[in-house]
Structure formats: structure tokens, C-alpha cells
Design a protein around this ligand. Structure first.
Ligand code: PEP
Ligand code: MN
Length: 337
């Protein structure tokens, strides 16, 4: 930590600060300038009391961390880009991956017909919520384990890998039994106990960005997965809440180069929750690919008008086929396959 002292302090006041820094378990290195003194305090904040308490001292102007708070997710910790293996499909590598399927698993017919269509169009991973985080308790909450069983059936019949949301710590083992990737939803992005439980299943984890989460907070939430011995983490931008009303959320594509720069973990874009409008999904996908995203997570429904959740943003089976054709030149231009 760097502790900046107020200008023109007496030696006595300075000594008191240095004494406190030592008392808290840090080694102070004093740097005297013309007007003011800066102290570099060497020590590990995880094993010592934080130095931030010094901000309330009248002698201290500010206390700043030297290092970033996140470690394991950072590019500094791991120079090469990490890849996540999902049943032989690598996310974060040369091959661009598409995860697609309905917002919610509704029925065998709905899921299977979607699975067959998205596979035919080139998706490798099937999405579908069995446990749904709904704003109102009176809305469809998902089929639960029955939905997980249908996802497993769709995997058996199509060979697609499965991504589904883990909503509660209590379901961690059950959901991990069926899923190939555990999705942590936007509403749970800072549910740290859930992140730990997800990490401990050993399954790859896709961490959505919270509705009003800063990128640093998102990276720190990801740190919970890596620090619980699970290296298979993917970040997923799905739009943040802003003042805009033309879209459901504001899809923040600037997170793609930022996550790439700050972290070695893959970045996935969800244009469906991001825009909340099916008519915008193709354009968002093209932009995301051009900016270096590693994968897309897209909502697809055989009959969006009758979907039990998120009907306005789901693309039809034909719409998805067209989308997959239209994004090909962007995938090639981005140097992906
Ligand atoms: C979803 O993917 O259907 C979903 C609920 O996502 P989010 O957590 O991003 O809202
Ligand atoms: Mn949805």
C-alpha cells in the first residue's frame, strides 16, 4: 500500500504514522519529497489488518493499493489466455464457440426441437434454464430437476454439451450432475457462497456480470472461483442497467478488450439479455465477434411468441440459422474458426 502524508508534517506526527504501520504488521519505506512524504508499506493485506484505517488519521492524505485486488484471474498471474474444455469443445481458443437454446426449458418437444436445430446450424453447447431467477415470484420458476433431466436427454440425443443456471447452493451437486457448465446468473454474481459452491463442484463456471456491477467487482467475484481451485472460469457480459429504455439492458462491449487485457479467462457475450430484443441480436453478435469475444450465449426458441420467459429477446429457429450464416465472415475476420 502507498500512504501519502499531509504536507509539512512535523517529525513527531510522521513517526506516529510509521509506528502504526509497523504495529499493523507492515514494513514502512519512507520517501521524502520537497513538500510531502510518501510511505510505501510492504506486507500482505490478506494476513494483516488493512491499512485503510489510516485514512481517518489527520496526518494522512490518502491510502492507495499498489497491486490490483484480484490476483489469480489477472493476466499478470497467467500470461497465456486460458482455455476451458467443455466435452472437447475449447472455449477461449482458436475456435469460436456458440452456446444456444431457450431461456427456459419448457417441455421435451420445445427443448429437443431447439437442440436439433441449433446443432444443425453450428452451435456446440445447448443452453436452457431449469431453475429460473424471476423478478416476480408469480412468474414461471423453471421445471427444476425435470428440466435438468430433459437437458441430459437432449445431450444424449444431439451430443451437444449443456449449460444451465445454478441458482442455489443447495442445488450445487444436483445441477453439477447434469450440467457441463454451471451458469451463475446476473442476480447472483456477488453471491460469494454460491460462487464457492459452484467452484467446488469442479465444473466449468460461466459468471454473468451483475446488473450494476463494476468490472473490478466482477473480476473479484471470478477470483472466488479460481481461489477455490477451479481454473475453468468464463466471464459473460449480459448488459448492465442504465437509463436507456430502447433496450432491456445496455450491452457493454467494452468489457471484451478490458477483460482480455486484465484477465486470462475467456469472455462470452450474451446479446439476448443484453438487448432484450430479438431484432438486435444479430448486430450485437457481429460486434462482439469483431471485438474479440470467445463465445456467444444466445436465446433461441421454436416459437418465441409463446415462450414462458423472455419471449421478446429469443430468436426463432430460422432466425438462428440466418444468424449463424451471417456471423461467419466476422468469425473469419477476427482470425477465428
Ligand atoms: C438467462 O440466461 O436466462 C438469465 C436469467 O440470465 P441473467 O442472469 O444474465 O439475467
Ligand atoms: Mn433469459
Amino acid at each position: 500500500m502507498i500512504v501519502v502524508l499531509k504536507p509539512n508534517l512535523s517529525r513527531k506526527d510522521e513517526t506516529a504514522v510509521l509506528k502504526e504501520i509497523r504495529k499493523l504488521g507492515y514494513k514502512p519505506h519512507v520517501m521524502r519529497g520537497v513538500e510531502r512524504t510518501v510511505v510505501g508499506a510492504i506486507g500482505d493485506e490478506r494476513t494483516h489488518q488493512t491499512l485503510e484505517t489510516l485514512t481517518s488519521w489527520p496526518q494522512v492524505e490518502s491510502v492507495m493499493p499498489v497491486q490490483k485486488k484480484y490476483k489469480l484471474v489477472s493476466r499478470e498471474a497467467h500470461k497465456a489466455t486460458s482455455t476451458v474444455n467443455v466435452r472437447g469443445h475449447w472455449i477461449g481458443g482458436k475456435k469460436f464457440q456458440v452456446m444456444a437454446g431457450p431461456c427456459s426449458v419448457e417441455s421435451e418437444k420445445q427443448l429437443l426441437s431447439t437442440a436439433v436445430a441449433v446443432r444443425k446450424a453450428g452451435a456446440t453447447i445447448l443452453r436452457g434454464g431449469a431453475f429460473k431467477p424471476r423478478t416476480s415470484p408469480y412468474e414461471f420458476q423453471g421445471l427444476g430437476e425435470k428440466g435438468l433431466k430433459l437437458l441430459a436427454k437432449a445431450r444424449r440425443e444431439t451430443g451437444l454439451a449443456i449449460i444451465t443456471e445454478l441458482l442455489s447452493e443447495a442445488h450445487a451437486e444436483m445441477v453439477a450432475e447434469y450440467a457441463d457448465i454451471l451458469q451463475i446468473g446476473a442476480r447472483n454474481a456477488q453471491n460469494f457462497q454460491l460462487l464457492i459452491a459452484a467452484a467446488r463442484t469442479g465444473k466449468p463456471v460461466l459468471l454473468k456480470r451483475g446488473l450494476s456491477m463494476k468490472i473490478e467487482e466482477w473480476l473479484l467475484a471470478g477470483e472466488y472461483v479460481l481461489s477455490n481451485n477451479n481454473p475453468n472460469l468464463m466471464f459473460c457480459e449480459r448488459g448492465i442497467r442504465t437509463f436507456e429504455t430502447y433496450t432491456r439492458n445496455t450491452l457493454d462491449l467494452s468489457t471484451i478488450p478490458i477483460i482480455k487485457k486484465e484477465s486470462h479467462c475467456p469472455i462470452v457475450i450474451d446479446p439476448s439479455q443484453g438487448a432484450g430484443r430479438a431484432d438486435l441480436v444479430i448486430a450485437m453478435c457481429k460486434g462482439a465477434i469483431a471485438m474479440g469475444a470467445d463465445a456467444l450465449l444466445i436465446e433461441v426458441h421454436p416459437n418465441p411468441a409463446e415462450a414462458w420467459s423472455d419471449g421478446a429477446q429469443q430468436v426463432s429457429l430460422e432466425g438462428f440459422e440466418r444468424l449463424m450464416a451471417e456471423i461467419q465472415p466476422f468469425i473469419a475476420a477476427a482470425g477465428r474458426e
